[in-house]
Design a protein around this ligand. Structure first.
Ligand code: ADP
Ligand code: F6P
Length: 317
């Protein structure tokens, strides 16, 4: 199943899970719409041909959802009964930390074997350097900001661009560095408006005419519109514009990186279940596949890379 926010690379992972199951002569079923479909018994028999020509497609052919019912013990009991009735021995969940919290409960309450594949553009899980969709999403953001830069330059404007990531700043940090943003506002770092004003003053002194500020949606200042408003109050002569990139970041054909990682994770997930990894997630660490407990994966996130932040400041002067 795929669950939570969709992410480019989920289809490539579904393909890998289905084909690896067929390779090992296991029966395989897809569950539609995440935990909602699990509770409502929305399953489909799959075979190698069910996943033809999807490796390059964004979104998820199994659909996804957020299911309030699965948060209840009654909901999870219904889900478990459906799995038993259909003779399912184990489940692969492709999703983010919420989906893995649910999967952990299914395992702990009913001793049901589950393995997770990290799929979220936010990259906010521990035990993996990357999650599926993050690479593609950041490339989409970069393409959009490059276009915004053309118009920013032409008009000598200051743009505040808000990117996704929920309460994590990984998308903002990577794209801010890659697009030469003068400042990157992250939930993990408390950069106040005063610091930003200092940077703008410095840029004026060195005749920088247009600038990009990347704001993570979870930034403590309250998002790009709020930041732009506060800057305008202090710096009224600047022409400012705000762009919230939104769900464009979630779509599109997965990058080579995401397709390859999804393929490796899908194979490793099925092999992990066969080897007895029954409450685990497949992680990608330094180009190797590693298993870690789901509880550990959702216990936090890997820290932001301070070096990226440091060099972005040096390079944007
Ligand atoms: P993501 O997996 O991308 O983080 P969500 O946080 O929306 O997305 O979680 C996806 C689904 O996982 C939720 O709709 C819910 O069904 C299930 N889930 C999330 N948190 C819990 C929880 N604490 N207990 C049980 N199920 C949960
Ligand atoms: O978790 C992925 C994500 O796109 C976050 O970056 C964002 O905060 C959230 O999902 C948006 O959720 P929805 O699609 O339900 O609006």
């Amino acid at each position: 199943m795929t669950s939570g926010g969709d992410a480019p690379g989920m289809n490539a992972a579904i393909r890998a899970v289905v084909r690896t199951s067929v390779y090992y002569e296991l029966g395989v079923m897809g569950i539609y719409r995440g935990y909602a479909g699990l509770i409502e018994n929305d399953f489909i028999e799959m075979n190698a041909r069910s996943v033809s020509k999807i490796i390059n497609q964004g979104g998820t052919i199994l659909k996804t959802s957020r299911s309030p019912e699965f948060r209840t013990v009654e909901g999870r009991k219904k889900a478990y009964e459906n799995l038993k009735e259909r003779g399912v021995d184990a489940m692969v969940v492709i999703g983010g930390d919420g989906s893995f919290t649910g999967a952990t409960k299914l395992h702990d309450e009913f001793n049901f074997p589950v393995i997770g594949i990290p799929g979220t553009i936010d990259n906010d899980l521990a035990c993996t350097d990357y999650t599926l969709g993050y690479d593609t999403a950041t490339n989409t953001v970069i393409e959009s900001i490059d276009k915004i830069r053309d118009t920013a330059n032409s008009h000598n404007r200051l743009f505040f661009i808000e990117v996704m990531g929920r309460d994590a700043g990984f998308i903002a940090l990577r794209t801010g560095l890659a697009t030469g943003a003068i400042s990157i506002l992250l939930p993990e770092q408390d950069i106040g408006i005063h610091d930003l004003i200092d940077i703008l003053n410095r840029n004026r002194a060195t005749h920088k005419t247009s600038s990009i500020v990347v704001v993570a949606e979870g930034d403590a200042n309250g998002g790009a519109y709020e930041v732009a408003k506060k800057v305008k109050e202090k710096y009224s002569q600047l022409e400012t514009k705000v762009t919230v990139l939104g769900h464009v970041q979630r779509g599109g054909s997965p990058s080579a990186f995401d397709r390859v990682m999804a393929s490796r994770m899908g194979v490793k997930a099925v092999e992990g279940l066969l080897e007895g990894y029954h409450e685990h997630m497949v992680g990608f660490i330094q180009d190797s596949m590693k298993y870690c407990k789901l509880s550990e994966a959702i216990s936090g996130t890997h820290p932001i890379n301070e070096e990226l932040l440091r060099i972005s400041k040096i390079l944007s002067i």
